[in-house]
Write a protein that binds this ligand. Sequence first.
Ligand SMILES: [Zn+2]
Length: 237
Amino acid sequence: MPTDALFRDAPYERSCEAVVMGADTDGVVLDRTVFYATSGGQPGDSGRLSLADGTIFDVIDTVKGDNGKIIHKLAEGVPIPAVGATLHAEINWERRHRHMRMHTCLHLLTAVIKAPITGAQLTDEKGRIDFNLPEMTMDKAEIQARLSELITDDHPVVANWISEAELDARPDLIKTMSIRPPVGAGQIRLIDIDEIDLQPCGGTHVARTGEIGNVTVRKIESKGKQNRRISVVFADD
Ligand SMILES: [Zn+2]
């Protein structure tokens, strides 16, 4: 049975009650979870699972398993919870919220620089995107100005679901060359930032661009003939 991924429709949920469906040294699988599993350049969540008696299991990372399962990785050598146990699952919200802010910021960057994406990575401090772009026509200051404007203007960020057939009919929506959009049950999630950016994405996002806060465009690098890498970092926290 796949894990019910609550973060998809409720990225602001910090905790949930869940039942242990499987647990071994590889990690813990729950029936439902608020823990985001590593994908699309966004790190998996950390946090804790706790039993009613106060026993705590620290989650150091979250990854995707087979058949839609989400695996909560525990530190090596610690005890594991029993299958069937009900527990409280709570993410490290501060870290996740920074992932949401940076992730949404990277969406804006792909609106500023209109080129195919070949890769993206983010942490709770910084992010970067690789573009398939032989020549960069914008300098750092110009990218910074446009990005800051999109953040300050506080645009809404919404998620809509479309069918795979609808996506196939609109190949222009696919900006990322190397990563296929998340598919499952024929439905794909489309992230719409006020008609500034529209693309399929399975990550977690903030509700409005103003929530991203101040970010600094750190550098533009050439990584190969075609590849231009733009790096951004949170400016003041
Ligand atoms: Zn996204």
